[in-house]
Design a protein around this ligand. Structure first.
Ligand code: GLN
Length: 197
């Protein structure tokens, strides 16, 4: 059998540890990634939830923004959750000044679309390509996808809003599967990474 793929978790800010655990449970070798040199050592990358404005700032500071943009454009498999979904968007509707994304998915996103921190919620979400019933979606100041380009596949909606998408080797969810102990979406991403090798 092929050895397990090596999947990085962008470890600038956010819930890095939970993703490392979920990836290991889905049979990947998972490691935190902070420096541009480390991008050479991974087969795929998760961009965690947290605060997209902070991730954007720290990516600049650590010299990660440009190398990451290039690797993603060149086909590095990526999975973004929540703030990570925002970082994969080509465009943010309501960016903070100077807030940049890495791109990768031809979509426009709205930050904090589902409300503030105290309006966070959980809901069952049916995701295309995920068998055995809905996943438990944990939404924390979650964005939604306002519109997508022709190449983007919509994988899930919640109350009429797009909350999971895929474009080629890039996957994104508004919610946080890494917080639930259900590793089906991480397993889907690990399969995408294996297929890309
Ligand atoms: N609202 C946050 C942002 O704009 C995302 C929240 C999250 O990742 N849970 O980055």
């Amino acid at each position: 059998m092929n050895p397990s793929p090596v999947i990085g978790v962008l470890a600038l800010q956010g819930d890095v540890r939970e993703h490392l655990i979920a990836l290991a449970a889905a049979d990947a070798v998972a490691r935190p990634v902070r420096r541009p040199e480390e991008l050479a050592e991974i087969d795929g990358l998760v961009i965690p939830g947290g605060e997209s404005t902070t991730i954007s700032k720290l990516a600049d500071l650590f010299g990660m923004a440009e190398p990451l943009r290039e690797r993603i454009a060149a086909g590095l498999p990526v999975y973004g959750t929540c703030a990570g979904l925002i970082m994969l968007a080509e465009k943010i509707l309501d960016p903070r000044s100077g807030q940049e994304t890495f791109g990768g998915i031809d979509m426009i996103v709205r930050r904090n679309a589902f409300g503030r921190q105290n309006e966070s919620f959980e809901a069952g979400v049916t995701v295309a390509g995920i068998d055995d019933g809905p996943v438990e979606g944990v939404f924390i100041r979650a964005p939604w996808v306002e519109s997508v380009g022709a190449e983007v596949e919509i994988l899930a909606e919640h109350e009429g809003h797009v909350v999971a998408v895929r474009q080629g080797r890039a996957l994104a969810t508004s919610f946080h599967p890494e917080l639930t102990g259900d590793h089906r979406i991480h397993a889907l991403f690990v399969d995408m990474v294996r297929a890309a090798r």
